[in-house]
Each structure stands twice: as C-alpha cells, then as structure tokens.
Write a protein that binds this ligand. Structure first.
Ligand code: K7E
Ligand code: CUA
Ligand code: CA
Length: 642
C-alpha cells in the first residue's frame, strides 16, 4: 500500500479584501482600547471574514499560510477531556476548547454560578459530576444542511446530552437522560419534523450502549431478563427528554434519515450478553430502525410505561411486542458480527453499518425499510442493498457527495474509498463491478473519519479527516501516552492524498467539518441579557443581608470598580462581575488568591461566583486574563475580617 506526499504549494484560503480590512480595523481597535477606555464599537468584522469559501484545487497541500483563515470549522470531540474542540480545517489548527463536562479555569466553567447551573449541582452547591466522556459531536440542521445554531455532544460516562450554541461557541444546556447507561451515539433531525401536529421542533436521538436493570434500584442485578436499553428522544430546543423506546440488545452509534421518518442504531450485543465473550457469540447482530411517527403516536395514545422515578414515557420496541410490521415501532435488520458505526449517505437513500468484526460494510436501503414497515417486504434482511468486503476492522464511513464512501479500517490502518452504486451492482451479482477505488495508509489504527459537509445535502468532497487512535512514531514522544493523530486528506481527486497531520490531546472520537460561512459567531455580549449586570462603575458596592454578602463589581480595562472590599469570616460571599468593555477579545479574568476561584468574563457579559469566606486575611483578587498594558496592575483586595 502506498503513502503519498503533497505535491504542490497552493495556498488554501483567501479572505475577500473587504473582510480583511475590517478584521485589521477591529484588531487595531483592541490596541486603542488597551491605551484607554473605548466604547461603542460594534463588532461585525468576524461575520464578514466568514463569507466565501476557497476551493482546494487538486494538489493543494492543505497548508494555510500565516494570516490566512481556514475554510471550514472542525467541531471535534475530546473523549475523557470532556470538552468540545474547534479546529480549523484543512490546517488542523486548534482554535478553541469549549468546556462542557469538565471544570476549566480558562473560562471559569464549573466555577461560576452560571456554569454550575448548566452543569448541575448538589444541594451543597458542589457539582454533581466533575468528569465526562464526550464522543460524538453533531450540529443542528435545517432542510438537510447545517443551520449554524447548535452543536450537541454526548457524555457516555454519565449519560448526559450537552448543547453548545454556535454563535458564542459555549455550552448552554446539559440534560441527563434517565434509566440509561453508556449513552453513546447521538444524531439530530436533519430537517423539521414531517408532521408538525405531532411535534413542533426538531429532536436529538440518543442510543444507549450498556443495558441496566430497569428500574436500576439495587434489585435484579443477577437477572439478565430485567436488563434493558432505551433509545431516547430529546427536544432540540427545550432539551427536555420527550420519550424513550426499549429495545432488545444494545445500541451504539445513531443515524437519522433526511426525511425525518427513520432513525437507527447499530447493535453489537444482540446476544444481551453481560460478559465480553457472550457479546460475540452470534454471527450476526443488527441495525435497529425506529419508526419515529409511530412511536410518537404511541406516546400520544398513552401506549407507554414509565420506569422508576422518571416521568418520561417509555414505549416497547422489543421484538416480541412488534411482530406485525404494519404496527411495528422497530425493525431489526441483521448485519454481520458486532458492527460499529452507522452513517447516512448524503443522497438520503442509505444507511451504512461498518462491520468491525466482519470485513464488510452493510448498505441498507431506507426505502426498503419503509416497505418492511408497510408490510410489503417480509424479511428485514431484504432491506440490505449491498455488503462489500472492504478490509479488516471497518468502523466509520464518510461521503464525498459524488457517490463514494470512505471507511476506516482499524486493523489495516487504512482508509478505503469505495463506490456505493458499484457495491450494489456487485451484490446483485454483476461481476465487473469496481467497488474499491483507492486505499490509503493512515497512521495508525483509525477510528472516526469524516469529510467536509459529509452527512449533509452539501457534501462537497474536498477534505477528509481521519482520527487515528495511535500516532506511535509520528511525533516526539511525550511520556507513556502519545498524542492522537488527526490526518487531513485531499479527496478532490480520484486518489486520496494525505496532506498533513496534527497531533491532538487524547482522545477525540467523532467530529464534523462545517463550511465556515454557515457559522456566524458573535464576539460581544448584550449587557441587557444579564439581569444581574452591574451597568456602571458607580453601582459597585457591597450589600449585606445577615451573613450573605453580595459584592457588585465592574471590570473596565485596567480597573476593577472596587479597589478593595471587606467581608467577615464565615460570610457567604457572592461576587457579581460585569465586564463593561465593548471591544471584541477584551476579556478580563478574576482570580482570588487561596480561594480556588478563577474565571473570565467577556465584553458586556456578567458572571458570578459564590463561596464561603472561611479564611481571614488580605486576599488579592487579580485579573487573570491579559487585557491591557496595565493588566498586572488590574487588582482588587478582598479583606476578610475576623
Ligand atoms: Cu470512538 Cu464514535 Cu465512541 Cu467509534 S466511537 S471509534
Ligand atoms: Cu483585565 Cu487583565
Ligand atoms: Ca454480537
């Protein structure tokens, strides 16, 4: 197998001159702000920069020259780091880490009252969870392509679904899913629901990998028959859990159809095994399909139960309860041994399940699945349109919008390009079908793979990223754990060409690559969006109600509104801090020595923290984020009196 090198030096992106000028203009304003107090600058530059997307002519190196912008946002998972990451694509440059499930001083995530409210707290005010495991990132759709509104990430560890708003690229909601463990695959609707009477907003569908006793209340641990897995539907806007559907076996990844009718999850444990060996005894497992409209009708009709203390309606999608296809909520399509990954083709016709323990990928025809649900097709296996042999350890599949699929082969350390229609012809017995078009070594053991705009109607066939689980010898060693390796591949030509690679902190799983002009970010908050904002330095003060003390503070470079404030030992202190600066990128930090508090507040934003003043003395509070030539002088004193 070959490994190809880049062969040209074509620059990747250009910014239109107009956007460029405004960008430089905004940067200059920051400099001015540094010298004094500038107000009233509206920040439109960033939106302008995002217009226009450069092509990658075949032969591009993927190199983005200094000062140039990437043409895509990569929204990356981070696994046990618990955060979402933003990479520029094709450069692979890390642009931002978005804290989601883990505490992070960069933003004060898990430290401010506002972030704690999103993350969830115990009665004593401490976080319910300090850890997470974010595997999958998917963004909101409108009419088959990204609308730039939200991105979601799952927490496999504590079964939570988080939402990140894409205008600020900050997490705004986290929902815990009841009665499941190992919440793994997740995918939002790709269009507004078919029947507006049944549901008014789009949904996010969630699979659960581990079965648990239902209810999980300390009884039934030894009775496998009481174990089950639930497929969950969450409302995209309210983030409330709408309904759940109990299945036989487990679930892994999730895909949704472009017409809003079907969702599916691959199942590797149809054996309902509790131990490792048991999960591999069957030659075939399944891809379970959900008939969404029927499930929502069943919920509406009251044909559901609830489990344990949860009020969420649970419908029965198990085989025994769904023997009549015309009434069935679920359809179990047999696919070879322990599949992993299920992906929807951008033409809306097929779901593709990768084989993992089978060297195949299974192409399932969605029209045929609907036929089965209508009683026109007897055997669910007849929904399979193709099952090409690709190589060892197929895991995930991406698309170029030209009828080709790209599948990672974990054991072969290869990405394989194959043609879907040719695979269908081969399955129908056409001997001359040319299924596999190209193979490329990747380094090493690839898991997820994705292409620019892959699972949208705008799949553009430009860039492919491969998340390699092991980098081995590719980077300077840094102790026992090597970085992972995200490899960027040009797929604009007939052959895949590796253009470069980026080491990333372990361990990302899934990611998506979104055209940059589909995401419009904002840089300055609206002061009025914060009811507790301190709108003028003159409003800075200390208010006491018994042992509860509130400190109202402003930050305006390079000065905090109070040079000092006094509280008493034993007080419960709440500090409310508003950043009155109005210029993009002019964040201030607030750290209190020996009090374990550190957060930042963005222009026109208000953040607060609450803590017990349990140590007497003088404690410097200083700006922890470089903001100004006099940043070091930007301080206040908290005096805790005995
Ligand atoms: Cu790593 Cu998407 Cu959790 Cu496959 S999953 S590799
Ligand atoms: Cu304000 Cu540094
Ligand atoms: Ca199995």
């Amino acid at each position: 197998m070959k490994q190809r090198k880049p062969n040209s030096t074509a620059a990747e992106t250009t910014i239109p001159d107009e956007g460029r000028r405004r960008f430089l203009g905004t940067a200059a304003v920051i400099g001015v702000a540094g010298a004094g107090l500038t107000a009233g600058i509206s920040v439109a530059g960033a939106a302008d920069q995002q217009s226009g997307t450069a092509a990658n002519p075949s032969g591009s190196t993927g190199e983005v020259e200094p000062g140039q912008l990437d043409s895509y946002y990569g929204l990356w998972s981070s696994g046990h780091a618990g955060e979402m990451r933003v990479l520029g694509i094709p450069s692979g440059r890390l642009l931002k880490r978005i804290p989601v499930f883990s505490v992070d001083c960069m933003s004060g995530w898990g430290i401010t009252n506002e972030s704690k409210k999103i993350m969830g707290t115990k009665p004593d005010g401490s976080l319910i969870y300090n850890t997470g495991d974010l595997h999958h990132v998917h963004a909101s759709y409108k009419e088959g392509t990204y609308d730039g509104k939200y991105a979601w990430g799952n927490d496999k560890l504590h079964s939570r679904l988080a939402r990140v708003r894409l205008d600020t690229m900050e997490c705004d909601r986290i929902t815990e899913i009841p009665n499941v463990q190992g919440f793994h695959g997740m995918f939002p609707d790709k269009r507004d629901p078919v029947d507006p009477a049944v549901n008014s907003t789009t949904r996010v569908f969630c699979g659960a990998e581990f079965s648990i006793p239902l209810p999980n209340n300390g009884k039934g641990a030894d009775d496998v028959k009481q174990y089950g897995s639930l497929f969950t539907c969450v409302d995209a806007e309210t983030m409330a859990v709408r309904w759940q559907c109990r299945v036989d076996g487990n679930m892994d990844l999730v895909a949704t159809s472009f017409d809003g009718k079907l969702a599916a999850s691959n199942q590797y444990n149809t054996e309902n095994g509790v131990h490792y060996e048991d999960m591999m005894s069957a030659e075939r497992d399944a891809c379970v399909f959900f008939h969404i409209a029927r499930i929502e009708q069943a919920v509406k009709d009251g044909r559901f139960k609830t489990i344990g203390t949860s009020k969420v309606p649970v419908v029965d999608g198990r085989k025994a309860a769904n023997t009549d296809p015309k009434m069935a909520l679920t359809c179990y399509v047999p696919v070879p041994k322990n599949p992993h990954g299920v992906n929807a083709t951008p033409d809306g016709k097929y779901f593709i399940c990768a084989g993992k323990l089978s060297p195949t990928a299974t192409v399932i025809d969605l029209q045929q699945v609907l036929s089965w649900f209508n009683g026109a097709l007897k055997d669910p296996r007849d929904t399979v349109a193709a099952e090409p042999e690709l190589g060892l350890g197929p895991l995930h599949t991406a698309f170029d919008g030209k009828g080709n699929a790209y599948t990672t082969l974990f054991l072969d350390s290869t990405a394989v390009k194959w043609n879907i229609e040719e695979a269908i012809k081969a399955y129908q017995g056409y001997k001359a079908a040319k299924v596999v078009l190209d193979r490329l070594d990747v380094h090493y053991q690839p898991g997820h793979i994705n292409a620019s705009m892959s699972e949208t109607t705008q799949a553009d066939g430009k860039w492919l990223a491969v998340g390699c689980k092991f980098s081995k010898d590719r980077f300077l060693p840094v102790g026992p754990l090597h970085p992972e390796n995200e490899q960027i591949i040009d797929i604009s030509g007939d052959e895949m060409r590796l253009v470069h690679e980026t080491p990333v902190s372990p361990e990302p799983h899934d990611f998506i690559i979104v055209k940059r002009d589909l995401i419009k970010t904002r840089q300055v908050y609206n002061l009025d969006d914060f009811p507790n904002a301190v709108k003028d330095p003159k409003e800075c003060r200390v208010e006491r109600h018994g042992k509860k003390v509130t400190v109202y503070l402003t930050a305006l470079a390079p000065i905090f509104g109070l040079r000092e404030f006094k509280v008493k030992r034993g007080d419960e202190v709440t500090i409310i801090l508003t950043n009155l600066d109005m210029v993009e990128d002019l964040a201030h930090g607030f750290g209190i020595a020996n009090y374990d508090i550190n957060f930042i507040v963005h222009p026109q934003q208000t953040q607060s923290v609450t803590f017990k003043a349990d140590k007497a003395g003088v404690f410097w509070c200083y700006c922890t984020h470089f903001c100004h030539a006099l940043h070091l002088e930007m301080r206040s004193r908290m005096i805790v009196e005995v």
